[in-house]
Design a protein around this ligand. Structure first.
Ligand code: SF4
Ligand code: FES
Length: 254
């Protein structure tokens, strides 16, 4: 098969340079077997324009830093092969996040703030005892936590979410997932009401209008739609109870 020459139209802008103007710049790259967008971008940076900004660390869908819009869809550059893509590929930075330059955005500030808002740590009533024996949990419990703890904070779900674009305070499906992760953790003793105060709002589950693009574009295939539905059901059940729950123990996995 003939080798293809791919044309990349790449967003260029340095927001810290007062004379920089946002624009698309074209680069042509000969496709190689099993080429990824990361490989193509690296070749552009090494052979054509060393000033091109994009982020990567792991090159294996673990660090979450290489997410960008590929022909309008949020994807990880290191995990996206060029073969299925058309000859012309437009690369833009993820929307919503602060632009650092070209394809590089600051997702860290948003994720740090989200983690603070959902209190993304294990809440215990007991004081820490350094000499205490480790607490055991079943394999099923550990697996349930692990399944919800695989988020790499790439920002694809936030970039794909229409609601997040309109409402910057929306916690997004990544925030809901984080809450769901602590609800299945038997070590977390926070009362159910404290969780519902965070997510039972327009910035939480009621802010979602159900387009579920987050679920379509999560590169780790996390169960974003089902956890959102689960949290909604939990909220609805709690609202139907005759008096507020005072549950403080572990919440069963459903
Ligand atoms: Fe990325 Fe998925 Fe985590 Fe969203 S939930 S930040 S898409 S890994
Ligand atoms: Fe780490 Fe792509 S470079 S996820």
């Amino acid at each position: 098969m003939d080798k293809r020459t791919l044309t990349f139209r790449i967003f260029r802008h340095n927001p810290f340079d007062p004379v920089s103007v946002p624009r698309l710049q074209e680069f042509r790259v000969e496709e190689t077997p099993r080429m990824t967008l990361y490989t193509a971008l690296t070749r552009i940076r090494e052979e054509m324009d060393p000033s091109l900004q994009f982020d990567f660390v792991c090159r294996s869908a673990v660090c979450g830093s290489c997410a960008m819009l590929v022909n309008g869809r949020p994807r990880l550059a290191c995990r996206t092969r060029t073969e299925p893509l058309p000859d012309k590929v437009t690369l833009l930075p993820l929307p919503f996040f602060r632009l650092v330059g070209d394809l590089s955005v600051d997702t860290g500030t948003w994720f740090r703030d989200m983690g603070r808002r959902v209190e993304s740590w294990v809440h215990q009533h007991r004081a820490f005892e350094p000499g205490a024996e480790e607490e055991r949990m079943s394999n099923e419990q550990a697996q349930a936590i692990y399944e919800l703890d695989r988020c790499i904070e790439c920002g694809c779900c936030v970039a794909a979410c229409g609601m997040a674009q309109m409402s910057p305070d929306f916690l997004g499906s990544a925030g809901m997932l984080r809450i769901a992760r602590f609800l299945v953790d038997p070590r977390d003793h926070r009362p159910e009401e404290a969780v519902f105060e965070v997510i039972g709002t327009e910035e939480g589950v009621f802010g979602c209008i159900g387009l579920l693009a987050c679920d379509d574009f999560c590169p780790k295939d996390l169960p974003l739609a089902s956890r959102l539905a689960y949290l909604r059901r939990r909220l609805a059940l709690a609202a139907m109870r005759p008096s507020p729950s005072t549950t403080t123990g572990p919440v069963p996995v459903r």
